[in-house]
Design a protein around this ligand. Structure first.
Ligand code: UTP
Length: 241
């Protein structure tokens, strides 16, 4: 299995340190957060990892240069998460099966979320799976929210809905196991919310053609894209140690 870790974002919520240090390289103890994500991917079965980086974030390339499993592609303009994932498409040309996508600024403390997604996929005939967490109703407008059947099958997905329009309190949470057909959907994806090419929008279109399941993973997702989330991640990983 191959994995993609998009790490090309501007990191504006964590300025000024992100002028020189990518948020994904902030330390959790003695190791950068991104190394914990690489380990999660590998222990979930990823043997090749494509990192999507941008100019100015070469520190990431430098850190992982001796890891033969890791390769790099550039996203030259920050047009959103979907666009970042699309930059890795050449590494999957002609391929079949699923690709694991892990957000470079989402750490999961407690268990291996990617491995849990892979298990849900196996018990549903190799179907695509998206990682989910429950969020308070009043906060749904910060997340991608899904509609999910009792069977775990996902029937709809909407990016940052108003609470009254949200189909559930289940938020897309930084880990995806997607059919490689996602690249075709991303290639034709128009800009959505915020003028960005949203991964959620492409997945929502793909649901009509390919089954997608949800996995509420055990661990807690920490968004290290802002100082508050980073402090929480330090606490969570400190406790697990
Ligand atoms: P975020 O939206 O949290 O990252 O994307 P950002 O754009 O860096 O954040 P702010 O708003 O400026 O603070 C989640 C992940 O997707 C990557 C980011 O690097 C992060 O790991 N990303 C996001 C890209 O690679 N490219 C993009 O165009 C956007």
């Amino acid at each position: 299995m191959k994995a993609i870790i998009p790490v090309a974002g501007h990191g504006t919520r964590f300025l000024p340190v992100t002028k020189v240090v990518p948020k994904e390289m902030l330390p959790i103890g003695s190791r950068p957060a991104l190394e914990l994500i690489v380990e999660e991917a590998k222990s979930a079965g990823a043997d090749e990892i494509v990192m999507v980086i941008s100019k100015g974030k070469e520190l990431i390339r430098e850190y992982f240069k001796d890891d033969p499993a890791v390769s790099f592609v550039y996203q030259h303009e920050q047009k959103g998460l979907g666009h970042a994932v699309l930059q890795a498409a050449p590494a999957f040309a002609g391929g079949t099966g699923n690709v694991l996508v892990l957000l470079g600024d989402a750490l999961v403390a407690g268990g291996n979320a990617s491995r849990e997604l892979a298990a849900v996929s196996r018990s549903n005939g190799g179907a695509a799976v998206v990682g989910l967490e429950r969020v308070p109703r009043e906060k749904v407008s910060r997340y991608g929210i899904v509609a999910m059947e009792e069977s775990g099958r996902i029937t709809g997905m909407v990016e940052k809905p108003a609470p009254e329009n949200a189909p559930s309190d289940l938020a897309v949470a930084g880990r995806y196991l997607l059919d490689v057909a996602i690249f075709d959907f991303l290639a034709g994806q128009r800009a959505g919310l915020g003028g960005e090419i949203q991964l959620t929008d492409a997945i929502a279109r793909m649901i009509a053609e390919k089954p997608l399941y949800g996995c509420v993973y055990r661990g807690r997702r920490q968004d290290i894209g802002n100082p508050q989330g980073y402090f929480k991640a330090l606490e969570a990983f400190g406790e697990n140690r």
